[in-house]
Write a protein that binds this ligand. Structure first.
Ligand SMILES: NC(=O)c1ccc[n+]([C@@H]2O[C@H](COP(=O)([O-])OP(=O)(O)OC[C@H]3O[C@@H](n4cnc5c(N)ncnc54)[C@H](OP(=O)(O)O)[C@@H]3O)[C@@H](O)[C@H]2O)c1
Length: 279
């Protein structure tokens, strides 16, 4: 049986659960092979809009009992309860659990689910909500090759997926890609504020800012990995860009970003140790 024939269940049908289901349907996965449990009536009504053939239930067992991969898509503060409840359910013996809860380690998941349960920790980021995410994944030792392929297929449905065989790197990825969208939003917010101060309307300020960010990201994506070279290409000596970058360099922007990302990485590790992950 290939990945496209697998039953994929979701415990929690909120933002990220819906995004993954939408991605899988768009990737061609049959909605009849997707099922989701959520206690919230409004959420279940929203899920109905995703596809008429989705199996939607308030009952976790109805979903868990048939899933080859069971995605735990609840908030980190609910993950322990849900994992402990799942351990009590009659699930297929070779079921893989995929957890997207930020900050929840494979060790914690094994303590709640049982140490032999194949577990993949998947950390998407916010652009996954529109299929443009970058996710990292890490497997427990009990994950088989076909299960790894299935987790890869799930993660690729919401963007690009990168496997990390060393789980400790998830904290670093959290600092880079998990929290990353917020750094770019802040930067865009600050650029837009200056545009407003220069006298542009909100609409024009926003278009100039977001259009520039989008264009720069697309060039970076298409040209290749040398970002410093791209920066140099727009920075003529003695020109306008050089004047702006000098202000940023003098304010030690490089050190500020280094410290910011270290703070995010360390906080992720701390939350993982306390078992109370948070975005
Ligand atoms: N959103 C993001 O950008 C993002 C990025 C990376 C990772 N994540 C991770 O994705 C996970 C889900 O986040 P989200 O934004 O999708 O949260 P969300 O929108 O709150 O969705 C979670 C859903 O799970 C339901 N739920 C709660 N307890 C449940 C239970 N016992 N059984 C079944 N369903 C239950 C919730 O219902 P109620 O509302 O009734 O509680 C809610 O509908 C989090 O762990 C987060 O760390 C999210």
């Amino acid at each position: 049986m290939g990945t496209a024939d697998r039953q994929i269940g979701f415990i929690g049908g909120g933002n990220m659960g819906q995004a993954i289901m939408r991605g899988l349907i768009q990737a061609g996965h049959s909605p009849r092979l997707l099922s989701v449990a959520d206690p919230d009536r409004t959420c279940r009504a929203e899920l109905r809009n995703l596809h008429a053939e989705l199996f939607i239930s308030p009952d976790n067992l109805a979903v868990a009992e048939k899933a080859d991969a069971l995605v735990l898509a609840v908030k980190p503060q609910m993950i322990r309860t849900v994992a402990e409840e799942t351990a009590e359910l009659e699930c297929p013996p070779d079921q893989m659990i995929v957890s997207i809860a930020a900050g929840t380690t494979i060790g914690s998941l094994h303590a709640w689910l049982g140490s032999e349960v194949p577990v993949v920790r998947l950390m998407p980021n916010q652009p996954a909500l529109i299929g443009a995410g970058i996710s990292v994944l890490t497997p427990s030792a009990t994950v088989t090759e076909p299960q790894r392929e299935l987790a890869d297929y799930i993660a690729n449905s919401i963007g690009t997926a990168i496997w990390l065989d060393d789980e400790s790197l998830i904290d670093a990825a959290t600092a880079v890609s998990g929290s990353g969208p917020a750094y770019f939003y802040l930067l865009m917010e600050l650029i837009e504020n200056s545009a407003l101060e220069f006298g542009f309307s909100k609409d024009v300020a926003s278009k100039l800012t977001v259009g520039t960010a989008l264009g720069a990201a697309r060039i970076a994506d298409s040209v290749g990995p040398d970002l410093a070279d791209l920066r140099r290409r727009v920075t003529s000596p003695g020109g306008t860009t050089a004047a702006a970058l000098k202000v940023l360099e003098d304010a030690e922007i490089r050190d500020i970003f280094r410290r910011a990302l270290e703070a995010a990485r360390d906080r992720s590790a701390e939350l993982g140790k306390s078992g109370s992950g948070n975005d």
